[in-house]
Design a protein around this ligand. Structure first.
Ligand code: SF4
Ligand code: FE
Length: 483
């Protein structure tokens, strides 16, 4: 493993020369930019063995290609236990960072493509799988971060990719050359894009025969010519520029979404894993989505653990931790959070091997998992805000607490429990503000709704997997209705 520590990872990013824009300007030094660095710190935790006794077992796996010890984020799941360990790892990292640590998208992308390239070769006589394995070896040996790039900008949602007035609204092959392909289009909501070494492009939907140019999957380095990144904004993000970490709430860690523009990017054939096999594109989307819907039963649960802790702390600091309705609300938060975890574990435990040997989660249960994630974190946040109280949105700033003229008044009048330092109370409330309506909410709430597909995408899959005919038969038999 070439990159073997958080520090080595951060240094590796410094070496990447990329076109990155934020707030209308080119970021020449993204690694030290205060609006980018917290997301890098969160990603760096995936390289950190940490203090938790179980971390080593969860963060690493044995490569089925080389037998070497590799990061689980670069691993192809070889068993249902691997799938379970993935969820446990994600819960652990969610607990450490209380945000999106971004690296799972690439992990889910490589696992989806592993089985689909295998099946594509069987069906079409192509040679994608060996190529893909070569690429995987490289990723595993170097221990790189891969950005899984699926979501296209999509233009008019009522029109198919091939029907848009502008053909570039879905990423496509704009030219086929003897040595490779040329890629044009844009991907949005790209989690961890600025913190990735590689970009793994996948189709965003099932393509049809006349949309073969859109059935493309390939890998490009983040430094490839023609790529531009534009950082997406988050609520209260410029607080990170104020030099007042208290007001940021979770100053060390953050999440990141960016737009990636491919302006005629050349990709050599060695890095092309699908080009025109439109019948395979839907499978990539479904499998990637299933893996990422499983993922949310880990990462968001870890964040939920932190939020439950914050609720308990706020209640204690304000002298209400023994009040029965507060205890009941915390019980409800735990119940919701553990329900999500149950779904994550269930879809993993029932995972099955694909013909490639790579294990796939139970697709129905993974969709149920993510569908609950589109709801429960909102209820957990509501209960958290209920317990925290209105001060969450009326607190003065760090700079007020530092001003000797007013600080003594603030400390006197904002005190909660007499034996708790007032600034501890403020700290936890600032954290809750961030997690429920600041930058932290982008990762915990908006991602919970739309990440890995918006709620309707899961409902479609749930109904498709439901086998209603079988259920009708069950009812008929017991009700004595003739078939
Ligand atoms: Fe990983 Fe969760 Fe972020 Fe997806 S949302 S990349 S699963 S931490
Ligand atoms: Fe996500």
């Amino acid at each position: 493993m070439k990159i073997d520590s958080p520090e080595a990872y951060i240094e590796s990013l410094r070496a990447l020369e990329r076109r990155i824009y934020l707030l209308g300007e080119r970021a020449e030094n993204p690694v030290d930019h205060p609006m980018i660095r917290p997301a890098i710190n969160a990603m760096a935790e995936t390289y950190n063995l940490g203090d938790e006794p179980e971390a080593g077992e969860l963060l690493f796996a044995q490569s089925h290609l080389t037998g070497e010890r590799i990061s689980r984020f670069t691993h192809i799941h070889q068993s249902a236990d691997d799938l379970v360990n993935k969820v446990l790892m994600q819960r652990l990292l969610g607990q450490r960072t209380s945000t999106c640590f971004q690296r799972c998208v690439g992990m889910d992308g490589i696992n989806a493509l592993y089985s689909v390239t295998y099946e594509c070769d069987q069906e079409h006589g192509t040679e994608y799988h060996e190529r893909f394995k070569e690429y995987l070896r490289y990723i595993q040996e170097e221990n790189l971060v891969v950005d899984g790039a699926m979501t296209d900008v999509k233009g008019d949602r009522g029109l198919r990719p091939g029907e848009q007035s502008d053909p570039d609204l879905f990423v496509r092959v704009s030219e086929r050359r003897p040595d490779g392909i040329v890629l044009r289009g844009a991907k949005v909501h790209q989690t961890g894009a600025l913190n990735s070494h590689e970009i793994l492009v996948m189709p965003t939907t099932a393509m049809r025969e006349n949309e073969a140019d859109y059935a493309v999957s390939c890998a490009v380095p983040a430094t490839a010519e023609g790529i531009t990144f534009v950082l997406g904004r988050q609520p209260s993000d410029t607080r990170k520029l104020e030099g007042s970490p208290l007001d940021v709430g979770n100053p060390t860690y953050g999440s990141q979404e960016a737009m990636i523009i491919f302006d005629d990017v050349f990709v050599p054939w060695e890095r092309v894993f699908m080009c025109g096999e439109f019948d395979q594109s839907g499978k990539v989307v479904e499998r990637f989505a299933a893996y990422h819907r499983q993922s949310y039963g880990g990462c968001k649960v870890g964040v939920g653990d932190v939020l439950i802790g914050a609720a308990q702390l706020a209640a204690f600091y304000q002298g209400v931790d023994r009040v029965s309705h507060v205890r009941d609300k915390i019980t409800e938060m735990v119940h919701l959070n553990e329900t999500l975890f149950s779904c994550g574990i269930a879809c993993s435990s029932r995972g099955k091997a694909t013909s490639s040997g790579c294990y796939l989660v139970d697709v129905m249960l993974a969709n149920v998992c993510k569908h609950n994630v589109t709801r429960f974190p909102f209820e957990i946040s509501r209960l958290l805000q209920d317990i925290a109280g209105g001060l969450v949105v009326t607190m003065p700033s760090q700079k007020d607490f530092e001003n000797p003229e007013i600080a003594p008044y603030l400390e006197k009048y904002l005190k909660g429990s007499s034996d708790v330092p007032v600034m501890d109370r403020i700290r936890v409330l600032k954290f809750i503000e961030n997690m429920t309506m600041g930058c932290g909410a982008a990762a915990y709430l908006t991602e919970s709704i739309h990440g890995a597909g918006s709620p309707q995408a899961q409902r479609i899959m749930i109904l498709r997997q439901a086998n209603l005919e079988e259920k009708v038969k069950l009812a008929k038999r017991l009700a004595g209705i003739e078939d």
